[in-house]
Ligand binder design. Structure first.
Ligand SMILES: NC(=O)c1ccc[n+]([C@@H]2O[C@H](COP(=O)([O-])OP(=O)(O)OC[C@H]3O[C@@H](n4cnc5c(N)ncnc54)[C@H](OP(=O)(O)O)[C@@H]3O)[C@@H](O)[C@H]2O)c1
Length: 323
């Protein structure tokens, strides 16, 4: 199968490219910056420069492609808005794919998107799901709700470095999942016809709230977390301010998403009927505890090595000074 991965420089996209290569697919990646995608080329992907917000760049990238796995989304730091990338860009990509006769389109949505019409990213995901379902292409929609990789910057590093961890007054438990596992589901869709024209949740094996994650990080890092709780009112006020300036719209939209978490309603789903379809053993899926354990194990070992190197360097340099 000749596969186009869109968003392959991102957290999930790179795992999809890696997994697809490992499973013997020919992988082409549509990237905005070939420089940022150098590692994908080294892995063996074909790199094509393109931008889903520049529709004229799409037909050459789609030449000879049989399936698309689309893991692109607006970057928080980008000048392009969520609407421009996640709606206008996706509509352009779906139209171009259909015009080129692409057979499969795999799209990542967010669990319960239809329940939050006032949250821009959720509403855009719901509309894109519908647009794709009506486009007349074989599609698979995978609805996830939070990647474990995001927990490193949000909790694991600040706790290790004794910095403040921000949480909203109430935090909804989320069934976080490792992007390596999401990639496994995504690539598996290509070889399982029963996944065609269907929507599946792809989430972790249990939901965790912020306080539970903080306790795990404290235990694994041996540090006590400095937690600051942000009331929902403050979050909303901050969102209105950021909404005011065009250059902070992306931040405002992300703060709106933070409100989903602050509702306290769990974002989780049963995977009981999903595992058999994808022929994946639930035991293969990484648990949040083992993910964080692995992270802290690695980072603490590195810190110990650095400490050792530093003290060795000090000793050596003392010895070398002859006076
Ligand atoms: N993160 C989560 O917790 C989460 C939860 C639920 C669903 N999802 C969904 O999962 C998917 C992957 O998310 P992620 O967190 O892995 O994303 P990410 O790390 O933010 O990466 C976004 C990717 O999209 C690319 N991109 C952005 N604008 C583009 C454009 N105009 N044209 C082409 N490519 C563009 C970026 O390329 P550059 O390197 O050029 O910027 C990057 O490769 C998205 O559909 C997201 O909505 C994520």
């Amino acid at each position: 199968m000749s596969l186009l991965v869109v968003g392959a420089t991102g957290t999930l996209g790179r795992q999809i490219a890696r997994r697809a290569l490992d499973e013997g697919h020919q992988v082409r990646c549509l990237v905005r910056s070939p420089k940022r995608a150098a590692f994908l080329k080294e892995w063996g992907c074909e790199i094509v420069r393109g931008d889903i917000c520049k529709p004229e760049t799409l037909p050459p990238a789609l030449e000879g492609i049989t399936a698309i796995i689309d893991a692109a989304t607006a970057r928080a730091t980008d000048s392009l808005s969520i609407k421009e990338v996640d709606w206008d860009g996706k509509v352009a990509l779906i139209q171009a794919a259909k015009a080129k006769g692409v057979e499969r389109y795999i799209f990542f949505s967010i669990l319960d998107a239809e329940k939050y019409p006032h949250v821009p990213l959720m509403e855009i995901k719901r509309c894109t799901e519908q647009y794709l379902q009506e486009a007349g292409m074989n599609y698979t929609i995978l609805r996830t709700c939070g990647f474990m990789q995001g927990l490193i910057g949000q909790y694991a590093i600040p706790i290790l470095e004794n910095q403040v961890v921000w949480v909203t007054g109430e935090t909804a438990p989320l069934a976080y999942i490792d992007t390596l596992d999401v990639a496994k589901f995504a690539v598996r869709t290509l070889s399982i016809p029963e996944t065609e024209n269907k929507t599946f949740p792809v989430v972790g094996n249990r939901a965790w709230d912020g306080d539970e994650i903080i306790r795990i990080c404290e235990r694994l890092s041996g540090q006590q977390a400095k937690v600051t709780r942000m009331p929902l009112g403050v979050l909303r006020a901050f969102r209105s301010v950021t909404r005011f300036f065009q250059w902070t719209w992306n931040i405002a939209d992300r703060l709106a998403f933070a409100e989903v978490i602050a509702t306290g309603k769990p974002l989780s789903a049963s995977m009981d009927e999903v595992y058999p379809v994808f022929q994946i053993d639930p035991k293969e899926v990484t648990s949040l505890e083992s993910y964080l354990q692995e992270y802290y194990g690695r980072i603490l070992k590195k810190l110990k090595e650095l400490d050792y190197e530093k003290s060795k360097f000090k000793k050596d340099s003392k010895r070398k000074i002859p006076f």
